[in-house]
Design a protein around this ligand. Sequence first.
Ligand code: NAD
Length: 359
Amino acid sequence: MDGEIGLGMVGVGSWGANLLRNFAAQEDARVRWICDVDERMLARRQRTCPGASITTSLDDVLNDPQVNAVVIATPAPEHFSCAWAALEAGKHVFVEKPLTLRACEAERLANAADCRGLKLMVGHLLRHHPVVEYVRRLIDAGELGDIRYAYTQRVNLGIVRSNENAWWSLAPHDISVICYLFDAVPERVSVQGRCFLQPGVEDLAFGMLHFADGRVAHIHVSWLDPYKIRRLTLVGTQKMLAFDDMEAAEKVRLYDKGAHIRQETTSYAEAVQVRSGDVLIPKVDLSEPLQRECRRFIQAIREDGSVLSDGWSGVEVVRILEAGSESLRRGGIAVALEEIAVRRTPQEETPALVGANQE
Ligand SMILES: NC(=O)c1ccc[n+]([C@@H]2O[C@H](COP(=O)([O-])OP(=O)(O)OC[C@H]3O[C@@H](n4cnc5c(N)ncnc54)[C@H](O)[C@@H]3O)[C@@H](O)[C@H]2O)c1
């Protein structure tokens, strides 16, 4: 596509402000509209981007033929209707995570984008993190051996939300990264959580993704925690790795550590051989993931290229989230992903945003 790409920003609250700043900085794109149902928010955001028109109506954005793409950062319950309307109007769409609250709705969006030849990108920010891409290259090169398991922690104090629980709010990032690094989708998902502050809204969740080949990944999310932690640990048969996104520069540590059982020995003490070698802190690209994400969306439109975190990856994440919600509702028993794919009629759908545990 030649010429400037016209953008409409829909939902410009706290995260939308970051997207606005980054998209407004793209040289070959122009923010034409800023849309939010809150007029005071509109007035504030227009200061970031004085050239843009403001509106409380999505129709104004969609009716402008010079708008090629719409960026949606409304609360999650609004994602489906806004994205659907934008695709129907023939616009490319960037939508924040989670893509939707139902896997069947996510599928409709992904299909609609494919049928119309439009780009649909989901804000799985960490998929654009240079460290995540670096870790994937290490795995592909066999540096860690076979991955045995992973665990992530995404905890801090606040933002406490009321229209989604900590699982839906925080876990999409970890789920998208784990599926990418494992190059697989889990077979079953189990989640336990607790609601401390608001009835029916889990502030804390411990999720487990079970993969068909025996690998597992544990996800701990909470907005009620004294620490701000953003960490991923991977344990492979050859090496182990920790990615700490709170570190300013030394984000990755590669441990030459492992253990294996020697078959030929007689005593247990002799059989377990533990290796504790060097720790490497590799130099990694520290460019900002959000900048990369926004740039890649614009590039995909301009070059008619593929989208990295596309609608189908959004479907995958929503299915896992939905299976997790169902597991929460059933008290933590594992739920097969298959169950989610086939639950399509409205009567059969369960409330996805929050589970049922109350404390
Ligand atoms: N990628 C990330 O790291 C990241 C981080 C934070 C939030 N998010 C996601 O971004 C989205 C927004 O989160 P937030 O924290 O900015 O929420 P927020 O409540 O601060 O902002 C949402 C904005 O959308 C507006 N809005 C609501 N309904 C609308 C509609 N129908 N049309 C237009 N505007 C509407 C609200 O007035 C508000 O200004 C959520 O989906 C959230 O999960 C992503």
